[in-house]
Write a protein that binds this ligand. Structure first.
Ligand code: PEP
Ligand code: MG
Length: 557
């Protein structure tokens, strides 16, 4: 019988296919004597280590980028001769292969942790290798993203950014991921952001999906925020029809973003690496509204040099020469810790030394980054804007704006992610060139709901009138000062909410390139007066679902 599992949809896509679950890490083996001869156990271990190293090497080649380095390093761990010796010592004591691997890797882990620094950071990678070898010995699937040999809908509790980056989306691949369903994680978790960036059909925070089994056919309906288990033939053919229709909308002509009355609303791209530039331009991005620089350095253990940074920024800025590019300085902390900026453990990292606070505590890193940006653009010739994340005070606004100007950046602004800054937007905008509203964090902090936590995902909804009111205040302050107010959180990628945000005073919208076509289409349906009317309807509601319903009614949809 058909069963609807609710969650939060990412984007408007729909897909269907058989489920393959992310294999969970199996329980640790017990310390027991082996019934096999030590030589037999040794042969099993050798075969398992070689198989795991080969698989990791294969994945490294397929992944490319930063993920390749991590996977190659893991493959080398599996073949490390000193680890092999430690395993052998346990086997000659008559232990099982599973226990010998588990115990020898655990000993190495403890050593790495004791050394700390770069090596300490690798301890978790070592755990993953050990888990893979033990799974191989047991004849169980490797933990992590499965390779079932056919296209599948991936169901997982949540994904690490490296897992999401590695998902196989090649239409010709036998292991293609058709859609992603997570039982945890909210709509603004970085899994959701990466899914949006890669155009993966996804539903997150779908706790009920924990009951799905491998091979079950499901429809993943991101627009409806639901996973449909055991769908009927009619439901499947409707899903196919919608998927075809969206593919056709994607083919529609790419024009600059504008409302029906001609009011321009530039549509910009959110990017995490220069590699996304070509696709963004192809989809009609008029520039970049948020370049998340910390994504470039997630696996770095030391601060990147000016030279290293200049090269990567130059690639981005050259791709967008003559266009606006808003670069955010490193937003380290919470779910994106950078070891060289966040080295002290905190109980509440989302409320801790993150974003501009962390950069200010290591000002040389901020200076290096701004210097690299100014130098990169001297040759590239983009319209470069820089902005700071997690700004909470007028004083921080002045600090960042002055520093950016001192280092040769002409246009500097702040992100509005903390309610304090939205509430004082009129004063903030007196001291800086622009504001860009990060609705993901602004919602998290306004609603006091962790953006990574599935159990509070319904509160993490930017449609909430409390969030919309803050956006309206920033919009008004922007109009008063004649300064731009952009939106760069995930809210800008929701077509009707994008119309509401423009009605509240947003002057540009920035989103994952995959969302540009839908938002462009929605803006073209309404005038500025319509957008203001729809926004007022949403503001008048008591809660997020009321705001959404009121906007839908006012929009006549
Ligand atoms: C935001 O908070 O809305 C934002 C754009 O920044 P990030 O999602 O990277 O925290
Ligand atoms: Mg943010």
């Amino acid at each position: 019988m058909t069963d609807t599992i609710e969650g939060v949809g990412i984007g408007l896509g729909v897909a269907h296919g058989p489920v393959a679950r992310m294999a969970e890490r199996a329980p640790a083996p017990k310390d027991a004597r082996s019934e096999r001869a030590p030589e037999e156990e040794t042969a099993r271990v050798r075969e398992a280590l070689a198989a795991v190293a080969a698989e990791l090497t294969r994945r490294a080649e397929a992944a490319g980028g930063a993920a390749r380095d991590v996977l190659e390093a893991q493959a080398m761990m599996a073949e490390d001769p000193s680890l092999e010796e430690a395993v052998d010592a346990r086997l000659s004591d008559g232990k099982t292969a599973e226990w010998a691997v588990f115990d020898a890797f655990a000993e190495f882990r403890a050593t790495l942790e004791a050394v700390g620094g770069y090596l300490g950071e690798r301890a978790a990678d070592l755990d993953d290798v050990a888990a893979r070898v033990i799974a191989h010995l047991r004849g169980e699937p490797a933990p992590g993203v499965p390779s079932p040999g056919h296209p599948f809908v991936l169901v997982a509790p949540d994904l690490a950014p490296a897992d999401t980056a590695l998902l196989d989306l090649d239409p010709a691949s036998p292991n293609r991921v058709l859609a992603l369903v997570t039982t945890d994680g909210g709509p603004t978790s970085h899994t959701a952001i990466l899914a949006r960036e890669k155009g993966i059909v996804a539903v997150v925070g779908a706790a009920g999906a924990a009951g799905l089994a491998d091979g079950d056919t499901v429809i993943v309906d991101a627009a409806g925020g639901a996973v449909i288990a055991s769908p009927s033939e009619e439901q499947l053919s409707e899903a196919r029809r919608r998927a075809d229709e969206r593919a056709a909308a994607e083919q529609a002509p790419v024009v600059p973003g504008a409302l029906a009355d001609g009011t321009a609303v530039p549509l910009l791209a959110n990017l995490g690496s220069p590699q996304g530039a070509a696709e963004a331009l192809e989809r009609g991005a008029e520039g970049v509204g948020l370049f998340r620089t910390e994504f470039l350095f997630l696996s770095a253990t030391e601060a990147p040099t000016v030279e290293e940074q200049r090269a990567v920024y130059a690639t981005l800025l050259t791709a967008f020469a003559g266009r606006k590019v808003v670069v955010r300085v490193l937003d380290a902390g919470a779910d994106k810790p950078l070891p060289f900026l966040n080295d002290a453990p905190e109980d509440n990292p989302a409320l801790g030394l993150r974003g501009l606070r962390a950069l200010r505590a290591s000002e040389h890193i901020l200076r290096d980054q701004l210097t690299a940006l100014a130098e990169a653009n001297a040759e590239a010739g983009a319209d470069l804007w820089v902005m700071a994340p997690m700004v909470a005070t007028v004083e921080e606004t002045i600090y960042f704006t002055e520093l950016a100007r001192e280092l040769g950046l002409k246009t500097a602004g702040v992100m509005v992610e903390v309610p304090s800054i939205a509430l004082l937007a009129d004063r903030v905008l007196a001291h800086t060139d622009f504001a860009s509203i990060g609705t993901n964090d602004l919602t998290q902090y306004t609603m006091a709901a962790d953006r990574l936590l599935g159990s509070v995902a319904t509160l993490q909804d930017p449609w909430h009138p409390a969030v919309l009111r803050l956006v309206a205040q920033v919009g008004e302050a922007g109009a008063t000062h004649g300064k731009p107010v952009g939106i760069c959180g995930e809210a800008a990628a929701d077509p009707l909410l994008a119309v509401v945000l423009v009605g509240l005073g947003a002057t540009t919208l920035s989103m994952a390139p995959a969302a540009l076509a839908d938002v462009r289409y929605a803006l073209g349906r309404f005038t500025l007066d319509d957008a203001r009317r729809i926004a007022q309807a949403a503001l008048g509601a008591d809660d997020a679902s009321g705001a959404r319903a009121a906007a839908q009614a006012a929009a006549g949809s």
